[in-house]
Design a protein around this ligand. Sequence first.
Ligand SMILES: [Zn+2]
Length: 401
Amino acid sequence: MYNQTSTILFMLFIQILFGSVRRCEIVDSNDQSNTISDSDSILTDSIFLNDVETSTVETNFTTNSTTAIATNITKLTTETNAISNEVIWEYWGPRGEQHWQKSFKSCGGKSQSPINIETDRIVYLPDLQLYFINYDRPLYKMRLTNTGHTVKLEASEQTGKRYQWFISGNALFDQTYRFVELHFHWRNAHSAGSEHAINGEKFSMEMHIVHQNLKYERENNSETVFKSSDAFTVIAVFFNENDIHNPAMDPIIEQLANIEEIHNSTIVNEPIRLETLMPKPENWNRFYRYSGSYTTPGCQEVVTWIIFPDPLSIDAKQVNRFRELINHIVHTDHNGKYLSSVKEFIGFYRHIQELGTRRIYAPESMQTSSTISRIMFLNSWIQSFSYILLSIAFHHLFIVY
Ligand SMILES: [Zn+2]
């Protein structure tokens, strides 16, 4: 009798368990209050802030408060630069990524980026949305810089009073983030240099569009910002090398010859519209979201990552212009010593990190019909199996009595 009652209770437990899985997943998503990214100087938009055109966006900033923010951010930038100048890191050699953790403790954390996205482990959520504000508006006279770790595009002294770019939406927990800069990751010839991977597949290049949470723009303490899990959002866009020329990349690529050496920078004269550097707007509801870190030291775990899975095209001639920069940068170390022995293995990207206990989320609309049918088949199979066991248990119960 005891065994039969236990069997019935066990079966009821199974029913309750499977019935609650979906609710658990949704509840779980609410603790993903993290945000973004990796960049070499994420707090460098003081010029941006001086030029903020408040009338174009729904923010409550006054001119005075904006000036105050700009002052604080400038101070932060100075502090950040001071820190970054103290400890040098590289992607290869004795200061390569396997050694980052010695100088930057967070690089050994449990929520690091980039990761491999396994699409059969995605948690799909209903009504997960992103909003892009002003991404169709051009910005002029952007500054392109060779930082030694990437090529970065940001506002310049000449950018002037222009529209601002923002992202928001419940996918970002209804926080609003301001565009700060964008930069690229790539590898040497004929190899995939993206940081993230999807089902183990890497792409030729990866672009990161870095955004900072508006609510931290008033912060004058970089320590606070870098301990806030919702401080940054980074959008990742993949590029696949093929025969299709990407004209939207030309304004940037045409200037690469002017920044061949580390710390060179130049002004991009042609206007840049962010939406042209992203998948088509009708695909902006196709993204993966997870909580991670900067992919460069100090690897702070303060980034909400938005990964667009649909790669843009870039032709070989274009991507090779980026690869040529490697030859200028990695042939020597900081003492001018020749480093040809590692040339074949390097690129400007970090290797894949463990996902650990984190989950990756996506809008429910991305769930393919095959995925749905597979889950429905599994669910119906589990239910049938449960009912059979339940029937057997009842059968034994009534036979005995
Ligand atoms: Zn990056």
